[in-house]
Write a protein that binds this ligand. Structure first.
Ligand SMILES: Cc1cc2nc3c(=O)[nH]c(=O)nc-3n(C[C@H](O)[C@H](O)[C@H](O)COP(=O)(O)OP(=O)(O)OC[C@H]3O[C@@H](n4cnc5c(N)ncnc54)[C@H](O)[C@@H]3O)c2cc1C
Length: 264
């Protein structure tokens, strides 16, 4: 093990890249500032990961963790701020690197005018544990997935969207209508007020009191500052419109194989 590759991000793409590189005896360092498994930790139910029965996202994330353990991958729990040609700079230290794989995924598109306190969140895992009534703002897969998950956990859920259309896969739409999500389509959220114990959501048509608001109106690549010509970007961080865990895993494997073939 001589050469060293730094992998930034321990979502499905980064974990796949890391473990495959270990199979080639490449020396790796994995950086993760939050949680192994990445945004898949939010998923209510993953039904399209080949060979696995439908499971919550957290189950796959645990498998990814186990996989890292199997290959003895060192995980550095720090946020990468900057990637230089031969160095990774985090919020705590600097590390040498001969090559870097950027697997940092995406960050939410924000609605700063609605961020009326810590009960307004962009990921399911950030919803306060005591929330019983939830508003979801968005009309895509992630919004619907969150709404269904909340209903299955016994929460009362309102789903607001700007337009009439919900653009999510059929299975999710069916699950949403079966689980009792209250759809408020073509009802944009205008304002959010923080109350003593919750939030007041003011829409184009009325107002609602809830315990938390989950905003899912889209995501964009979450890239650190890069000043290097020895790196590549994999997984959701590439900014492709097709974003799935199995695609991310495939990109991680391909990246590892390409690096190994060039170094040997
Ligand atoms: C609610 C929901 C449901 C989903 N359902 C499905 C599904 O059913 N089937 C499916 O195939 N896919 C599903 N997905 C999509 C899937 O989760 C993503 O496509 C996949 O996780 C992308 O993997 P990734 O490794 O590219 O990025 P991510 O999973 O986003 O991982 C990136 C990681 O990098 C870390 N990171 C970012 N920046 C830094 C930094 N500067 N320093 C250190 N670490 C950093 C992040 O903390 C994160 O852990 C779902 C996603 C969501 C949100």
């Amino acid at each position: 093990m001589t050469k060293k590759v730094c992998i930034v991000g321990a979502g499905p793409s980064g974990v796949a890249a890391c473990t495959m590189m270990r199979r080639y005896k490449i020396n790796v360092l994995l950086f993760e500032h939050r949680e192994i498994g990445g945004i898949l930790n939010n998923a209510w139910r993953v039904e399209n990961f080949p060979t696995l029965d439908p499971v919550p996202g957290t189950v796959i994330c645990q498998k990814l963790k186990d996989h890292l353990g199997m290959y003895d991958v060192p995980v550095i729990e720090e946020r990468v701020i900057r990637i230089r040609r031969d160095m990774i700079i985090t919020d705590k230290a600097e590390y040498s690197a001969e090559y870097t794989v950027v697997a940092t995924g995406t960050k939410p598109k924000r609605l700063a005018n609605l961020e009326a306190g810590p009960r307004v969140v962009y990921e399911y895992r950030d919803i306060p544990f005591d929330a019983e009534a939830l508003a979801v703002y968005g009309a895509g897969d992630m919004a619907l997935d969150g709404a269904v998950r909340a209903c299955t956990e016994g929460k009362k859920v309102y789903m607001f969207s700007r337009g009439e259309r919900v653009s999510a896969v059929d299975a999710l739409r069916r699950a949403a209508s079966d689980s009792g999500v209250r759809f408020c389509q073509a009802e944009p959220v205008r304002r959010v007020e923080e109350l003593a114990t919750g939030l007041k959501i003011i829409t184009s048509q009325g107002s609602y009191e809830v315990d938390a608001l989950l905003i899912c109106i889209g995501r964009e690549p979450a890239l650190p500052e890069i000043d290097s010509d020895r790196y590549e970007i994999i997984g959701d961080a590439r900014g492709d419109r097709f974003r799935q865990a199995s695609i991310a895993v495939g990109e991680g494997i391909r990246s590892a194989m390409r690096i190994a073939s060039e170094w040997w």
